[in-house]
Design a protein around this ligand. Structure first.
Ligand code: BJW
Length: 250
């Protein structure tokens, strides 16, 4: 992250009318939540998350997949938003329009105070049943074990997240694509840019004439379309960016 790059990002933010922030798992890493493509830890080291996060994987071994999500839910609920999440929430007050479009299922943007958050891949805090997608309104049981049955139809409960091969929620997609096509600047934070259709969003923005600024400690699948790459962790880069923008406006 060079001072020149940071200044350019501040100038572009100050000029923008509509800003979209598109976030991935790296955004929550400093809250203590491993990224999706980090190596699995402990008991889970021998499983491939890309196999677990599928309907096929769940049907093959519901207990295994339900238990994996139960462990992740417990860990996520114990985590707090970090300075980067809070910086994005504070950025709302400095710009005419800002929407966060996240692939994350952890709810940390809203917990940090962001008021306009689109969740593309659902939420680990909700469950629904496998066959009829009935929303589950009770308290999701903690701990490992078999998925409980849906109180309405008896089908096993599953997390209300988007697995590979499943369509994203239509209302979230519609709004996210509309905003990507009309924003002046898209800030892309902490995604490998490997998973579609979310990885299309910066390309949609770029094709429509927006500037694309990426924040990531490593180059990603998004870097080739970024006008500016700010190398670094979300928890360091975002607070500095917002502080510089605030000072520039004084
Ligand atoms: C930091 C940091 C720090 C670290 N600060 N940064 C076109 C081409 C090829 C394939 C497809 C295609 N279109 C669709 C597909 C298939 C598939 C897909 O994309 N496959 C790819 C793997 C190739 N997509 C789908 O199936 C999607 N559905 C779909 O397309 O429906 C239409 C359809 C239906 C049926 C038939 C055909 C079409 C659904 C995708 C759902 C993804 N779901 C998951 C699981 C959610 C629940 C859960 O968490 O368990 O979502 S997968 C997983 O990946 C999760 C994430 O949201 C998603 C993206 O990962 P993300 O966020 O980028 O994380 P990482 O770990 O990859 O990267 C972390 C980054 O952070 C790295 O860059 C680090 O450097 C960085 N970082 N520390 C900032 N401190």
């Amino acid at each position: 992250m060079t001072p020149e790059g940071m200044e350019r990002a501040v100038r572009w933010l100050a000029e923008a009318e509509r800003v979209v922030v598109s976030t991935g798992a790296g955004m929550s890493k400093e809250s203590g939540i491993p990224t999706f493509r980090d190596a699995q830890e402990g008991l889970w080291a021998r499983y491939d998350p890309e196999e677990l996060a599928t309907e096929r994987g769940f049907r093959a071994d519901p207990r295994l997949v339900w238990s994996w999500y139960a462990g992740r839910r417990e860990r996520i609920l114990a985590c707090e938003p970090h300075a980067g999440h809070r910086a994005l929430a504070a950025l709302e007050a400095l710009l005419p329009s800002l929407t966060v479009v996240t692939q994350n299922i952890d709810g940390l943007h809203a917990r940090a105070g962001s008021t306009d958050v689109i969740e593309l891949h659902g939420s680990i805090r909700r469950a629904k049943c496998l066959d009829a997608h009935h929303p589950f309104t009770g308290e999701i049981p903690t701990g490992e074990g078999d998925p409980p049955p849906c109180p309405r139809c008896g089908s096993p409960l599953r997390p209300d997240v988007v697995w590979f091969g499943e369509v994203l929620p239509a209302d979230a997609v519609e709004r996210a694509w509309e905003l990507a096509g009309t924003c002046d600047l898209m800030l892309v934070v902490g995604t490998s840019g490997m998973v579609y259709p979310a990885a299309e969003l910066p390309r949609v923005a770029k094709r429509a004439g927006a500037r694309v600024v990426e924040v990531n400690p490593e180059p990603s699948g998004i870097t080739p379309v970024a006008d500016l790459f700010l190398r670094g962790a979300a928890g360091a880069v975002l607070p500095e960016l917002v502080e510089r923008l605030r000072r520039a406006g004084e």
